[in-house]
Design a protein around this ligand. Structure first.
Ligand SMILES: Cc1cc2nc3c(=O)[nH]c(=O)nc-3n(C[C@H](O)[C@H](O)[C@H](O)COP(=O)(O)OP(=O)(O)OC[C@H]3O[C@@H](n4cnc5c(N)ncnc54)[C@H](O)[C@@H]3O)c2cc1C
Length: 330
């Protein structure tokens, strides 16, 4: 279960524009206000990002806008179709849906999210380099308690291993999420503690700690792409969560998923016209690494060690903001 909304970075917005996606429907308002807090909310700092930190992304309208753009580009789209298996031959790939006729194609771009079944069939493996858990709770605010501007509160140092919490507060609802390597009961405790702290400090209008107690935990392969030997199978490429393309620091996954898919699409376009298409597909491994590795890797610093500076030195506050929301290095 993914929350119904989240955030898309500035880079994601640029890429959507390049792809001809209708931005008005794909993304919501810009999130201009960001405040960092320490774990007990006694310290805060506001980074200067020279523009919006990100945009509100409503999952349903975002997905619809992407499908619409793909249709416009003459993609043959089959919605509500579950693929139960696929076959690889010398000529290409055959997808076998649960219902309906098999579908033939020359190449397969596997973008099935974190489910490992098909990845293993390609002889590939996404390592779980860190046992990251992501859990979140979303709450509609009571009418009359409307929040003026969309904003983020980023709570740093919630554990000793780079865990953080984020509250994304929009007009009529807010989401509180935690990313941590802690085990389930500790992770739930952290989420509840953050929800309480946010309400006590008037950052969100209500304490939703009771709802947080039932939050579902998702395990994400943050940064796993970096540890993979290859994302290339026979006639096939892995993109998005399926290939571990998730930022190590911020756990941003939507932009890296789109970015890896754009690189894959360019390569397939080239491979389709080549006498040795598999050789062209192999170039995916080096191409994504050249373009994306700096964005995906952990900021090259120990955030725990830098915390006092982030709350006392504006340059470090700005750098932390750029590392988290823009994928820069510290
Ligand atoms: C709680 C939580 C909050 C998050 N918030 C954010 C956020 O705010 N911003 C952000 O950038 N990232 C966020 N992420 C990460 C982000 O959701 C993912 O990185 C992103 O969705 C990856 O996109 P994807 O297309 O690779 O995979 P998915 O979005 O998982 O899409 C995979 C699709 O493949 C389909 N599929 C799978 N198997 C089959 C099959 N056999 N047949 C047919 N279809 C199949 C699935 O139904 C699904 O529609 C969040 C993640 C979690 C867990």
């Amino acid at each position: 279960m993914r929350p119904s909304w989240g955030w898309a970075s500035r880079s994601a917005a640029e890429l959507l524009g390049e792809l001809g996606v209708d931005m008005k429907n794909a993304l919501g308002p810009a999130i201009d206000e960001v405040t960092f807090y320490n774990a007990d909310f006694s310290k805060s700092a506001v980074p200067n990002l020279d523009g919006p930190a990100a945009y509100v992304l409503r999952r349903e309208s975002f997905d619809e806008a992407l499908v619409k753009a793909a249709r416009k580009a003459k993609a043959d789209i089959r919605e509500e179709t579950t693929v139960k298996d696929f076959r690889l031959s010398e000529k290409g790939v055959t997808l076998i849906p649960v219902d309906g006729e098999p579908v033939e194609g020359r190449f397969l771009v596997l973008a099935t999210g974190v489910h490992p079944t098909f990845i293993a069939k390609l002889g590939l493996h996404v390592p779980s380099i860190a046992e990251w858990s992501v859990l979140s709770v979303t709450h509609k605010v009571k009418s009359g308690a409307k929040i003026k501007n969309p904003r983020f509160a980023l709570i740093l140092g919630i554990d000793r291993a780079g865990g953080y919490a984020i509250a994304a507060v929009a007009e009529d609802e807010f989401t509180v999420g935690v990313a941590t390597t802690a085990e389930r009961s500790v992770a739930i405790g952290l989420l509840m503690q953050v929800c309480r702290g946010l309400a006590e400090n008037d950052i969100v209008p209500e304490d939703i700690a009771p709802q947080a107690a039932g939050a579902q935990i998702m395990h994400g392969p943050a940064g796993a792409a970096m540890a993979m030997d290859s994302h290339v199978g026979k006639h096939a490429l892995l993109v998005g969560d399926a290939g571990g393309f998730i930022s190590s620091g911020s756990h941003e996954g939507i932009y890296p998923a789109m970015w890896s898919a754009r690189i894959a699409a360019d390569i397939i376009h080239e491979a389709a016209d080549d006498q040795h298409p598999q050789d062209i597909l192999q170039t995916f491994d080096s191409k994504w690494r050249i373009e994306m590795a700096d964005y995906l890797r952990m900021p090259n610093s120990d955030i725990q060690f830098l915390l006092p500076l982030i709350f006392s030195n504006q340059t470090m506050t700005d750098r932390m903001g750029a590392a988290f929301f823009l994928g820069h290095n510290m």
